[in-house]
Design a protein around this ligand. Sequence first.
Ligand code: ATP
Ligand code: MG
Length: 556
Amino acid sequence: MSSEKEIQALNFIEQMIDKDLAEGKHDGQVHTRFPPHPNGYLHIGHAKSICLNFGLAEKYNGKCNLRFDDTNPEKEDIEYINSIKEDIKWLGYSWDNELYASDYFGELYNYAVQLIKSGKAYVDDNSAEKISEERGTPTAPGKPSEYRARSIDENLSLFEAMKNGEFDEGVRVLRAKIDMASPIMQMRDPVIYRVKKANHHRTGSDWCIYPTYDFAHGQSDALEKVTHSLCTLEFASHRPLYDWFINELDLYPSKQTEFARLNLSYTIVSKRKLKELVEGNHVEGWDDPRMPTLAAIRRRGYTADAIRNFASKIGVAKRDGVSDVALLEHSVREDLNKKASRVLGVLNPIKLIITNYPEGQTEMLPAVNNPEDESAGKREIPFGREVYIERDDFMEDPPKKYFRMGPEREVRLKYAYIVKCTGFKKNEAGDVEEVYAEYDSDTKSGQDTTGKKVKGTLGWVSAEHAVDAEVRLYDRLFSTENLNDIDDDFKNHLNPNSLTIMSDAKVEPSVGKMASGTQFQFERLGYFIIDKDSSDSKPRINRTVSLRDNWAKQNK
Ligand code: ATP
Ligand code: MG
């Protein structure tokens, strides 16, 4: 028997599964599925569902299918199917079977006929508006349709005529005959088949009637012998209908259980809304690194391990809430801190001339690749008389507590020497153009004989060897923390400053040779990744996340 502590550590779904297994349900099998509609790219919310479904299959030595819920021909696209598969693989999971609800169109049609034959479904000639009007409200019972009492034979021949394309869209639908007075709206004779004269991405023009979500989902689960069908809370009110179909059709007893969706602060997790951002050109595409899609965060440099850790930290709850994006960023830093090499780069450069350093001399200085990982070794970086430093690292008239560079102040150039600022030059516009300093040749890092201590250490790049780069800095896509609470259009809350492009960045030579997708830390600046838009002559670099960790600070 498991100890009490172990039981507490299980989430409510694991507890339920343990109980089901103990009671011998489902022949001791655990079989889950991840069922996306192929109508957009997966987002971070889906990652939670993927980690849950595939994670349970792994844990219980069961199976997890990938099933595309492709019952809505107009909205589906092969581009989405491919991206969904790529994203799941990237997260590190593999499905047992790749399945499509459309594979079951034949069975589902037969199930509908079976319901008609048992007097449990009828063809309704009313319009969608009339059906919806007659459905009533949660407090007032619905009104039975005048077509509810149609004979079984008439229903059978009308449904067949629907299938044969004899009716236009919207003229007739098939409804389950359940209970127009049920307190659960989904049970008030839901529509289960409608006419759609659309081409389906897999079945082409074979069908001109399509099952609704409710009629397809549970039956697909049952056909696949899914034991635990996990979905988000908005489907809780559909559960009685899910069970009703399985029961009436005498199918495999798949069991639906709901868990809380993941919502994330400062972003949205809805495919429909994300699509609006793409189609309205508010972002540069589904994989714009500011988006919460898996394609976008991968391009931005979030790692699969970080996302899986995040999913495990937030856990599985029964009530909706909003997770703090700072926790996700914390997971990303935690992972990259172990994996990413450190390099030097300057985003907004200003030239520092070391006037007493010999002209034309270059020294190769050893630099540690990753202080967290000795096996990452060392590399050599060139140092010379002229280097770039960050514009922010110099102040003409700095306050006392500013430990970077200012007139007469001393700082260490990382891996190099201690330098003392001796002056600066301004251009006509009054901006500082060059800073001058003198170095102390006895202070070379690792060989310093002076014992001199300075408070500030600056990043730098040798001007002669620097590679020009473009660096994109990302901020939150929205300026509002909880977008579930707003009444107006979510697009009004877009952050106008979500992208800053540093087009004049200077990076150490090793960065110029990195392949797209390589990740690293610019010391003192954050974690970065080489973007696919890079050219041979100019790396384009995305900032994954800054080094500042608000989550760690808040939760100390
Ligand atoms: P959206 O509503 O964002 O457009 P969706 O709910 O239509 O997307 P589906 O493709 O139907 O997305 O979702 C596939 C699976 O992922 C479903 O089981 C769904 O419940 C789950 N899922 C979707 N969004 C979230 C979320 N934010 N958190 C957890 N699971 C989610
Ligand atoms: Mg949904």
